[in-house]
Design a protein around this ligand. Structure first.
Ligand code: PRT
Ligand code: ZN
Length: 301
């Protein structure tokens, strides 16, 4: 007999690490209020049927694949590694990658020892590559037609060459400081990563699926808001086309008459990009005045 599925949505996020704060903040911005359980492993949603499981990031893709959790947030580096690993055993896609998020930026790149014989991927044939991402690296080597040995390392990959355990490494890089401190030079990037939102491939009951839909729509709204600004200005009516060209995402501005002026109008636009001083200066140079740039609080498309 199949167990009745829990009506509450479960989201897996990283318990403690680089993605934790950002993941919780995203859920809070979606309107979720929660209390943490005494063990701190589950945060129970108070105002939505949503509970948050706090786990190690490596476990998140598996929890979503196995339908223990409906949704999960993990770095694309982990997501892709686990996806390739699962696909080797079962051709069905293990989960749906709903969308990439706007935090957790890093890249998976090669690190070549300074002064060594490997200068680029052209020299990788026959080398030993230390990495915590064996499936991604093997997949890359196969696509590039390079025959090299992948040595799996679970941590401190950057010390593998100096220990004599590998010739080069392939690891996550953010600022590049770790590579430099270990006398490694950054080589080709094989994956650009951000955090990603995953969804179980398993069908869920209608009521629950409606809540998941609402939550995903709110996530979309939060991400759009973070990159958006509301801009108000006075401008010559004749400059409307130039204004639209300067402000991406401002195709349908609100244009309002100005009392006693036929040549000038008030223009209000939502711009789906940050607005820099240079853009404001360009707007001023085509006759705009009284320019105001305001943050957007919420947005529902
Ligand atoms: O305990 P748990 O398993 O959950 O955590 P973890 O230690 O595996 O992960 P954590 O918290 O370190 O990282 C979580 C996710 O953040 C990663 O899976 C990436 O998606 C993302 N991320 C973003 C990074 C980095 N930037 C990053 N710089 N993850 C790791 N690093 C490490 C990298 O491995 C290397 O050791 O930072 C070092 C390089 O940094 P730079 O700035 O010196 O280049
Ligand atoms: Zn981890």
């Amino acid at each position: 007999m199949t167990k009745p599925k829990d009506a509450r949505i479960k989201i897996a996020i990283q318990k403690s690490g680089r993605l934790t704060e950002h993941s919780l903040e995203l859920l809070q911005r979606c309107g979720l209020k929660y209390t943490r359980g005494p063990d701190q492993l589950i945060a129970y949603g108070e105002n939505m049927p949503v509970d948050v499981l706090m786990v190690r990031d490596d476990d998140i893709p598996g929890l979503v694949r196995d339908d223990v959790c409906d949704l999960g947030i993990a770095g694309m580096n982990i997501v892709e590694e686990r996806r390739l690993h699962f696909l080797e055993r079962d051709p069905a896609q293990p989960f749906r990658i709903v969308r990439q998020l706007d935090f957790g930026h890093c890249r998976l790149a090669f690190g070549y020892p300074e002064g060594g014989s490997v200068l680029s991927k052209a020299d990788l044939a026959g080398t030993r590559i230390a990495t915590s991402y064996p499936s991604i690296v093997r997949d890359y080597l196969a696509r590039e037609g390079i025959k090299a040995q992948v040595v799996e390392f679970s941590g401190s990959v950057e010390i593998a060459p100096s220990l004599g355990r590998a010739d080069v490494i392939c690891d996550l890089v953010s600022t590049g400081a770790t590579l430099a401190a270990n006398k490694l030079r950054e080589g080709e990037t094989i994956l650009e990563s951000t955090a990603a939102l995953l969804q179980t491939p398993v069908a869920v009951p209608e009521e629950k699926s409606a809540w998941i839909g609402r939550l995903l729509q709110r996530v979309e709204g939060v991400l759009q808001v973070r990159g958006s600004k509301y801009i108000m200005m006075h401008a010559p009516r004749s400059a409307l086309a130039q204004i639209a060209a300067l402000l991406p995402g401002s195709e349908s501005p609100t244009v309002l008459p100005l009392e006693g002026r036929d040549d000038r109008v008030a223009v209000h636009v939502v711009c789906r990009e940050n607005v820099f001083w240079e853009t404001l200066e360009s707007l001023k140079s085509i006759g705009a005045s009284s320019l105001l740039v305001l943050p957007v609080e919420k947005m529902l498309a």
